[in-house]
Design a protein around this ligand. Structure first.
Ligand code: C5P
Length: 260
């Protein structure tokens, strides 16, 4: 097994050097006793197709901070599992694979690139098969432990917006602002259906809705860190909001927490 430290270093490498300033692992940057900067961490959780990725991207850009899409990391492991011919339900084999693999992210001008053993898999992790595999492999405690650790290290290094399922509850319990972004199930399925159609992945609406219900159920009922709204997270229901309205609502929450 590869030493953990090396793997974390690899993850760090992807943070822009000028943003690497971290003092005594505290979230406050000081120089000669003068407060220079208060670490800004924004945590966004929510179910499948609540618009988390695109909304998070827009919010992070407006705040001028990086966006870490943690779902992409579980998706990368899901893809690697399928490629290795491992059944995603085989916990021991998946955990073993997770320990051996280097899953890292790199932030570029066009957003996050997710890498497995140095290979950029960003364009391969959005298929329905990989989605289901990601949801299955993310149930395992050992897998979550490893992913959470890398995510916490990355967020400690720089101002960052992190989106996922367990960010408010586990990854960043002390985040500056915590948001639970959701929308009605039918509306989320409608959005996913349109998104897939745009990519040429035509599926009947009923199939998309069923797949979404199945993933919701799996994400909300797993034994380890199931998806739930943290008690101190602000609920943003985007069912009747436009994309821009959702972004604005979240920015207002962040600004209120930051300066309030
Ligand atoms: O957010 P996205 O749909 O890309 O995530 C893919 C899967 O990864 C989810 O269905 C969920 O099971 C898992 N996941 C997780 N914890 C996170 C992010 C994603 O369990 N923080």
């Amino acid at each position: 097994m590869e030493p953990i430290a090396e793997r974390e270093e690899e993850a760090y490498e992807n943070i822009e050097p000028e943003r690497r300033k971290v003092y005594n692992n505290k979230d406050i940057t000081q120089e000669n006793g003068r407060l220079l900067h208060m670490r800004l961490n924004v945590a966004i959780d929510g179910p499948v197709s609540a618009g988390k990725s695109s909304v998070s991207d827009a919010v992070a850009r407006r705040l001028g901070i990086l966006h870490l899409d943690t779902g992409a990391m579980y998706r990368a492991l899901g893809l690697a599992t399928l490629r290795a011919g491992i059944e995603p339900g085989d916990e021991a084999k998946v955990v073993d694979l997770c320990r051996k693999l280097k899953i890292t992210v790199r932030h570029e001008a066009d957003g996050q690139h997710t890498m497995v053993e140095g290979e950029d898999v960003t364009g391969m992790i959005r298929t329905p098969e990989v989605s289901m595999a990601a949801s299955t492999v993310s149930r395992y405690a050992e897998v979550r432990k490893e992913m959470v650790r890398i995510q916490q290290q990355l967020a400690a290094e720089t101002d960052m917006l992190v989106d996922g399922r367990d960010i408010c509850t586990t990854v960043l319990p002390n985040a500056t602002a915590k948001i639970f972004l959701t929308a009605a199930q039918e509306e989320r399925a409608r959005r996913r259906f349109l998104e897939m159609k745009e990519k040429g992945q035509e599926e009947p609406f009923e199939t998309v809705l069923e797949e979404l219900k199945k993933r919701d159920k799996q994400d909300m009922n797993r034994a380890v860190e199931p998806l739930r709204q943290a008690p101190d997270a602000e609920l943003v229901d985007s069912t009747n909001l436009t994309f821009e309205e959702t972004v604005e609502t979240i920015l207002r929450i962040v600004e209120a927490k930051r300066h309030g």
